[in-house]
Design a protein around this ligand. Structure first.
Ligand code: FES
Length: 231
């Protein structure tokens, strides 16, 4: 059976940057939108996560798809399980998510560091596709929650590799089990990938569509490499 390094196509002694590059390349190659399968896509994700968790080459356990992965091979609608919910989230209620479109903030001349950013948005009579609130359940990623409520937030890979789905957490917490590409500085500043992050606070304020923040643009993989429908 292939080791995680073999799944990604890198040497066991490859450095972190090489592993990251290999992961992003393999995500594109195996993505269901590119003719790959959910099984292959998840196998790549699992391999990368094992390396991130400290996998040693002499480890004997092979990269095997989980029972869940095996069951849904060929089903492109399935997604990774979300993070365990934090006890601060009432599972009967969920997290109250307040959202704002980054482009609207830019158009309005609002700074992302403005402590009254969301007060300004609430007072601006904005349409609901750019500002509003919804409830997210603990077993959903933020991107899934937005889509379930009818919003078309940016995304591409759905695997934490392309940065198109990035959001900025203004208040509250989003748990990200395995953040593949955002460095510590971006993480500390509150950037998260909504395709793999789940709300773990009862109240959450996020600025979505932040992929054009200059620090993130260099991490972007073009969305049209996954599906031309994605923006
Ligand atoms: Fe690619 Fe989230 S959609 S990182």
């Amino acid at each position: 059976m292939d080791s995680p390094f073999e799944v990604l196509g890198v040497d066991p002694d490859a450095d972190e940057a090489a592993v990251d590059r290999a992961y992003r390349r393999r995500v594109i190659e195996t993505h269901p939108d590119q003719g790959g399968s959910v099984r292959a896509f998840r196998r790549v994700k699992t391999a990368y996560e094992r390396i991130q968790a400290g996998y040693e080459p002499e480890e004997s356990a092979p990269v095997e798809p989980t029972a869940d992965e095996s069951a849904d091979a060929g089903d492109s609608d399935e997604t990774e399980p979300a993070a365990e919910p934090d006890p601060t989230v009432d599972p009967d209620v969920g997290s109250r998510v307040e959202y704002l479109d980054y482009e609207v903030a830019v158009d309005q001349g609002w700074s992302l560091s403005d402590p009254e950013l969301f007060d300004r948005a609430a007072a601006a009579d904005l349409p609901t596709h750019v500002y509003g609130r919804f409830l997210a359940q603990p077993d959903e990623t933020l991107l899934e929650a937005a889509e379930e409520r009818g919003f078309a937030w940016p995304f591409a890979c759905r695997g934490g590799a392309c940065a198109n789905c990035a959001v900025l957490v203004y208040d509250g917490e989003l748990a990200t089990p395995n953040d593949h590409i955002l460095d510590d500085d971006l993480g500390e500043r509150g950037f998260r990938l909504s395709c793999i992050a789940s709300p773990v606070s009862a109240v959450l304020q996020v600025v979505f569509n932040v992929k054009h923040v200059p620090e993130l643009e260099e991490l972007l993989l073009p969305a049209d490499r996954f599906d031309r429908r994605h923006r």
